[in-house]
Design a protein. Structure first.
Ligand code: AMP
Length: 618
């Protein structure tokens, strides 16, 4: 299956693999996985030690870049040249950063603007995209060594709450690293894939993915129905994780052994040794009952009960977030079919117990919690590669997509919750005689008026040959491909002119905004309906007003003066109602005008027929 290509740098012939790789680009650690003999495996480094690549980038002298374990060693010595947690900066502007600035040991350009952040290292500035690309390059290198071939295609996971800018930044990082990012997948979706929940049952299943890493906590509630994943809600805490467990242990030791803050400040190696011992204690207590070790002549010890007491409030905070996620999804704990544990810190037995207790069921923890997301990404990659034919991984459109029609009304073309890929279209026409151009505004949302929805883009179909209003046949098509890219096409079918736009990124939207938009549409449903009815009545009335004008001009000789003045009178009062906001008055005025003019229209038609039979033009 492999293709042969030449490595430009070395001049050697390199094998190119068709394998699509799965990448978990994490805040603390990243991993790469692929499908080997029908099973997903995470790839270890050359030393064969760990599948985890610490998401840390160190700039050595001469701007030489080191990534992973080697970079982690420099974190204490050279904090300003060593970048960590870059995932927290993805897609962020300076204005977004106030909350995390103090947490980072390196320098971020301090500008009060909406532009994307840059990180200052030595004499250069780097974007989070460039830095993430370094991590991705390291992962790419790792798998290429394993496969002894080059790879170029990847699936990368991101948190479910990532907004579109963050997703786009992740894609861009992939591109910079020489990877064609075929799909961005939500981390909880990947975890569910790793456990095979997509193919377990016929019925829809609801899954809670509890992800407690080193520094972040996410809870996501997903629904899987016929292979379609939908994120029902997300919650969490971007500053809560295993590092806080370590700190809780440290605080306990400081108190118990009377360790003074001053001694920690003056002796950094002592502070560091204690911190590492705290992490070792925590890890040990995941499989034993007690821990003891001597550090700088202090006999440190910790038993499991004490540890659990120290972290109780932290664990409780995660449970509160689970509660919020459930209520946002309008569900109860009993509605959850499966609970998946993700992230290194879910190895802590007290965490497992608390989660199992809250959801009142056993949790899924058989797969390595550090690897589960990467394994799922590899499965998704394999599906995309077409190796799992029985499965088509579908996404859904979270909000309706449509265009603006006369009077600012939203006309939905693809309703929300449609399966992607999808193609849908509808026919329109012009509202003015001789109209040459048609502006097409593309919107996303559930409200009846486009002004309340989100504008995704706009384009103009120009060059429509002059025709009376209503004659042109304009087809508007919405096409969403498997990558979620929306293309909108407009075609005038009588003249064959067409134009299209592609909407790439903007139409992704954060779960939070989406929930808000849906909520708004429900809360405003009644008002929106009234408004829509009014606008529709106005549109119809305007058409009648135009038609009446035409009628008067064309049939001047057939109509008596009295008839003309009566039509003008009714025409005028219809115009007045259109200016108002009473839909019933508009409808009534239309009815009266129609009633009066219908027999006249018949007469006019007869006269026209007579005239044309005689060959006279009126
Ligand atoms: P992650 O960000 O998912 O890689 O999670 C890393 C976190 O998991 C760190 O805080 C680790 O200390 C923690 N961790 C790793 N192994 C264990 C273990 N055996 N017991 C408790 N915590 C662990």
């Amino acid at each position: 299956m492999g293709k042969i290509s030449i490595n430009i740098k070395s001049g050697k012939i390199a094998k190119q693999s068709d394998v699509i790789i799965g990448i978990d680009l994490g805040t603390t650690n990243s991993l790469v996985a692929y499908i080997h003999e029908n099973k997903p495996i995470a790839v270890k480094g050359k030393d064969g030690k760990s599948t985890l690549v610490p998401s840390i980038i160190h700039f050595a002298p001469e701007n030489e870049i080191v990534v992973g374990e080697a970079a982690k060693l420099k974190l204490i010595e050279e904090p300003h040249n060593t970048i960590y947690s870059v995932k927290r900066l993805m897609g962020k502007s300076y204005n977004d950063l106030s909350e995390i600035q103090s947490y980072l040991g390196y320098k971020i350009l301090d500008e009060d603007t909406d532009s994307l952040v840059k990180i200052n290292v030595q004499d250069k500035y780097y974007t989070p995209i460039e830095l993430s690309a370094e991590i991705l390059k390291e992962l790419k290198k790792r798998i290429e060594e394993e496969l002894e071939a080059t790879v170029s295609k990847a699936v990368i996971t991101v948190p479910a709450y990532f907004n579109d800018a963050q997703r786009q930044a992740t894609r861009d990082a992939g591109k910079l690293a020489g990877l064609d990012v075929l799909r961005i997948v939500n981390e909880p979706t990947a975890a569910s894939l790793a456990y095979g929940f997509d193919k377990l049952a016929e019925d829809a299943q609801t899954i809670a993915v509890y992800d407690l890493g080193g520094g972040t906590f996410d809870i996501s509630i997903l629904k899987i129905d016929n292979g379609i994943f939908e994120v029902l809600s997300t919650n969490g805490d971007t500053f809560l994780g295993g590092d806080d467990f370590d700190k809780a242990i440290l605080d306990y030791w400081y108190k118990t052994y009377d360790i003074k803050a001053t001694s920690l400040e003056t002796d950094r190696s002592f502070a560091q040794a204690l911190r590492l011992a705290a992490e070792r204690a925590k890890k040990a207590l995941s499989s034993t009952e007690s821990f003891s070790e001597t550090v700088h002549n202090i006999d440190l010890s910790l038993d499991i009960e004490t540890f659990e007491t120290q972290i109780k409030s932290l664990v409780n905070r995660t449970i509160t977030a689970c509660q919020s996620a459930l209520s946002d999804a309008k569900l109860k704990a009993i509605d959850i079919d499966h609970v998946i544990m993700v992230g290194g810190s879910t190895r802590v037995p007290a965490v497992k117990k608390a989660v199992a207790n809250f959801f009142n069921q056993e949790v899924y923890d058989k797969l390595d919690p550090d690897e589960v997301v990467a394994l799922g990404a590899a499965i998704q990659a394999d599906i995309l590669a077409g190796n799992q034919k029985e499965m088509l991984l579908l996404d859904i459109t979270p909000l309706s997509l449509g265009i603006e029609t006369v009077g600012g009304l939203m006309d939905t073309i693809i309703p929300r919750n449609s399966k992607v890929p999808i193609k849908a279209g509808r026919n329109y026409t012009t509202s003015v005689d001789g109209q040459k151009n048609l502006k097409i505004g593309v919107y996303q949302g559930e409200r009846d008026l486009v002004e309340h929805n989100r504008k995704l883009g706009e384009f103009i179909l120009s060059g429509i040959p002059p025709m009376p209003a209503g004659l042109p046949k304009i087809e508007i098509q919405f096409i969403i491909n498997a990558d979620g890219i929306l293309k909108v096409k407009a075609m005038e079918l009588r003249s064959d002119i067409e134009t299209e736009i592609e909407i790439r990124s903007q139409y992704g939207i954060s779960e939070e905004d989406m929930a808000k938009m849906l909520m708004d549409s429900i809360q405003n449903a009644e008002g929106d309906m009234k408004q829509r009815a009014l606008l529709e009545a106005r549109n119809e009335a305007n058409n009648i007003i135009l038609a009446t004008n035409k009628f008067l001009v064309q049939n001047d000789s057939i109509l008596s003066e009295e008839e003309k003045s009566q039509i003008k009178k009714l025409h005028q009062s219809l115009k007045e109602t259109v200016a108002g906001t009473d839909k019933d008055a508009i409808n009534k005025a239309m009815e009266i005008l129609n009633e009066y003019s219908a027999p006249l229209a018949h007469r006019a038609m007869d006269a026209n027929i007579q005239a044309s039979l005689k060959g006279t033009k009126l």
